[in-house]
Structures are given as structure tokens and as C-alpha cells.
Design a protein around this ligand. Structure first.
Ligand SMILES: Cc1ncc(COP(=O)(O)O)c(C=O)c1O
Length: 420
């Protein structure tokens, strides 16, 4: 192949930028301006959020959509709506963003960390089955990176043990499992529209459901505990104003029109890249299960077996960046190793010392290992033509070809300074 690695002074594989995120244009400008001029800026006055709730829910296979301020609150509202009580246990993976577990604590319940599958990075149903106790009330599977979790196995466990399943679909807008949209398979689904997400309004979230009772409970909690037949200053349950505003609704209505095409492009590009780079020794992209009918590729993830590849992960990431391929190692460690959980800084929640002590004993070796060897590439890199994927693949191939030079270079670098 080509000459030197760009990291060592050679010509980079790619010099032009990848597509920017977010994608926006005249439709967003027009709709935002219309909302501004209407003076109807709140969910209770304007049409935007209501339209978005209905369209998003329908597009994701659900009768109900309840828009809220973010994708953490949506998880917490789902738990409250499901009747989760103090001391109840909720099974969550540790290889995910903070919110999947912190929402459980903020619902005054106990997150129980269960390890993930080493190839899909999603909850391992066998490990879930082994973790169920008489106190287990719910499971929050994350469709990590946009690959749907093993919902058939998880729903079967939920049915057997009478558990509520809340899909954390923060990465999975437009993803599908056996043809069914993510967010429509569990009892509730939770989406985020935070800046980095595949559908964004800067901040925002939404709960999906096909269960009329759960949806009504979520709607009430989202709106200060009001009920449809009640009067305005009548509040029925512990709740708050979690409503999304009309400016966000206006943007989301435009963004949603772009989602289907963007999802098709991401899926096509991600599939191509995974197939091509998996031919390299030691490169193991997230395993696409047969049940995944669409991967939303919020992240393109792979695990690198440094020994088989012939160079350490940190050096490969640096080399990829130098070749013009933006990427990162992802999480430094899984959730249960976060200071929050190690020191049990739970504020007023989970006061029982015996419950707190559990967090010092969590063992999830698969999640540990994934943190040590993963590489992430963000979804917006997958919105361009196939030529972009060829560049990413060529960068991997080039680095593999020059692995010895890269390893030698790594050995000559000064050791990173120790903290503390
Ligand atoms: C898996 C997962 N769940 C939940 C959330 C929370 O979403 P938000 O930031 O909108 O609260 C995120 C956000 O990064 C996430 O990645």
C-alpha cells in the first residue's frame, strides 16, 4: 500500500472532513422562525411538540409518545410510571452511559449491574436470568451503539418473572429488531435527543409505549401530575414539569423528516465497513446479530486484539486520527467503577449501608475488557458516500501494514505522567 504512516510524517489517507453534525437547513430555519413569531413557545400552547410526539411514536411502532426534557428523565419517569418502589431492583448493563443506572437511583431503586455479551456489547440474557431475585422489578436493556439487544430472550424472562422492560433506546433511533422498531418491543422505550444523538434538538427525550395505562402514567408525571379529567391546579402524583419546549419540537419535526434516509445510509455504510475491516487480524467489529434488521450505528464499535493486530490500541487510535479518521477509545471504565458507585455518592438515595456495600462487589469482566480494547467512530462519519468508508478501511489496512513501525514508535514515546 502507501508510504509512511501519517503519524510518522507520511501522507494521510484522508484530508477532507467527514459530514458535520447536526445536519440542518432552510426547513429548520423556517420552522423555528414560525414558532418564534407565533409567540407559542410552550408545549401547552403550540402544535410542534404534540405533532412530534405523534409522528415519532408512529414511526417507531408505538401508539404513545411523551416528549420530555432529556433521555435521563425519560428513564426515571418510566420507572415511576411502572410503580417501581424504594428498594426494588432494576437490572442494567454497566457498559453504557451514566443515565441508565443513575435514573434508577433517582427513582429510589437499586441498579443491579449485569454483564454484557463480549461480541454485541448488549445485556447477556443468561447473566440477567442469573441475577433475578424476588426483589427484581425491571430490566433496562440498552441497544448499545444502535444494535438491538436480545429482546426475545429478555421479554421471555420479563414475562416469566413479571418484570417491566424499559428499552434504553438513546442510541437506537430508527433501529429495528426482527423488523420491529427499537422502543416498541419492551413495555416502554426511552429516547434521547441530546446533541450527539442520531436525532437531536440539542437536548430532549421521549418515552414510547403501546401500553395505554403506562403511557397515561408517564404523561401525568411529565405534566406535574395532572390527569385529563382533572382541573388545572390538581396534581395527583409526585411529578414535575418535564415538558419539552416548542423550539425543540420545531427542530425535531424537521430532523425527523431526515431520519429515515440518514438511518438507511448509516446502516449501509456501517455494514460495509464492518465486513471489510473484519478481514484484518485482531479487528472485531460489534457482532451484528441475525435479529438486527437495522443497526442505527450511533457508534461504529470494534474491539481490537492488539496482539493479533500487531500494535497497541492507543497507538492505533493515534494513527487513525493522524490518517484523518476521527475516533476514540470510548468509556475508560464501566459504570460500576465510576467514582459515583465506588464511593456511593448517592445523596439521599439508597441510605441502607448494606445496599451501598453491594457496589464494591460488582464484577463484570466483559465490560472491563471492552473498555480496554474498544474503538468508537461516531455516527455522523457514516452519513456520506461509500468512498468515506473506503478511506476508513484503507486507514486500518495501512496501519496494519505498518504495524511494526507503529509499535517501534510507541516504544520510543515517553511514558504518560502518573496522576496524583
Ligand atoms: C445509553 C444512554 N442512555 C441515556 C442517555 C441519557 O440521555 P440524556 O443525555 O438526554 O439525558 C444517554 C446519553 O448520552 C445514553 O447514551
Amino acid at each position: 500500500m502507501s508510504s509512511f504512516l501519517a503519524l510518522l510524517g507520511g501522507k494521510p489517507v484522508r484530508t477532507q472532513p467527514f459530514p458535520d453534525w447536526p445536519v440542518w437547513g432552510p426547513p429548520e430555519e423556517r420552522r423555528l422562525l414560525r414558532t418564534l413569531r407565533s409567540g407559542k413557545w410552550g408545549r401547552l400552547q403550540g402544535p410542534e411538540v404534540e405533532e412530534f410526539e405523534q409522528t415519532f411514536a408512529t414511526q417507531h411502532g408505538c401508539r404513545h409518545g411523551i416528549a420530555v426534557v432529556n433521555g435521563t428523565v425519560s428513564l426515571r419517569i418510566g420507572l415511576l410510571a411502572a410503580g417501581i418502589q424504594a428498594g426494588d431492583e432494576v437490572i442494567v448493563p454497566p457498559y453504557t452511559f451514566l443515565s441508565t443506572a443513575s435514573a434508577v437511583i433517582e427513582a429510589n431503586a437499586i441498579p443491579v449491574f449485569v454483564d454484557v455479551d463480549p461480541e454485541t456489547y448488549n445485556l447477556d440474557p443468561q447473566a440477567v436470568a442469573a441475577a433475578i431475585t424476588p426483589r427484581t422489578r425491571a430490566i433496562i436493556p440498552v441497544h448499545f451503539a444502535g444494535l438491538p439487544a436480545d429482546m426475545t430472550a429478555l421479554m421471555a424472562l420479563a414475562k416469566k418473572h413479571n418484570l417491566t422492560v424499559i428499552e434504553d433506546a438513546a442510541h437506537a433511533h430508527g433501529a429495528s429488531y426482527k423488523g420491529q422498531p427499537a422502543g416498541s418491543i419492551g413495555h416502554l422505550g426511552s429516547f434521547s435527543f441530546q446533541s450527539s444523538k442520531n436525532l437531536t434538538s440539542g437536548e430532549g427525550g421521549l418515552i414510547t409505549s403501546n401500553d395505554d395505562v403506562l403511557a397515561a402514567a408517564c404523561r401525568s408525571i411529565q405534566n406535574c401530575g395532572r390527569i385529563p379529567e382533572g382541573v388545572w391546579y390538581e396534581h395527583h402524583v409526585i411529578s414535575a414539569n418535564y415538558r419539552l419546549g416548542e423550539f425543540q419540537g420545531a427542530i425535531l419535526n424537521c430532523q425527523l423528516k431526515r431520519l429515515e434516509r440518514q438511518s438507511i445510509t448509516r446502516d449501509r455504510n456501517g455494514r460495509y465497513l464492518a465486513e471489510r475491516i473484519s478481514r484484518l487480524p485482531g479487528v472485531r467489529p460489534q457482532k451484528r446479530t441475525a435479529d438486527c434488521t437495522r443497526h442505527s450505528y450511533h457508534l461504529f464499535m470494534l474491539r481490537l486484539d492488539s496482539e493479533a493486530f500487531g500494535a497497541p490500541r492507543a497507538a492505533v487510535i493515534q494513527a487513525l486520527q493522524a490518517e484523518g479518521i476521527p475516533c476514540s477509545p470510548g468509556y475508560g471504565y464501566p459504570l460500576h467503577r465510576q467514582p459515583l458507585f465506588r464511593q456511593q455518592n448517592f445523596g439521599p438515595y439508597l441510605p441502607d449501608p448494606a445496599v451501598r456495600a453491594r457496589f464494591n462487589r460488582v464484577e463484570c469482566p466483559q465490560s472491563d475488557r471492552i473498555c480496554q480494547d474498544s474503538i468508537w467512530i461516531e455516527h455522523s462519519r457514516f452519513l456520506g458516500p461509500k468512498a468515506d468508508m473506503i478511506h476508513i478501511a484503507e486507514a486500518f489496512e495501512k496501519i496494519h501494514e505498518h504495524r511494526e513501525a507503529l509499535t517501534l514508535w510507541t516504544k520510543k514515546q515517553p511514558a504518560p505522567a502518573k496522576r496524583g
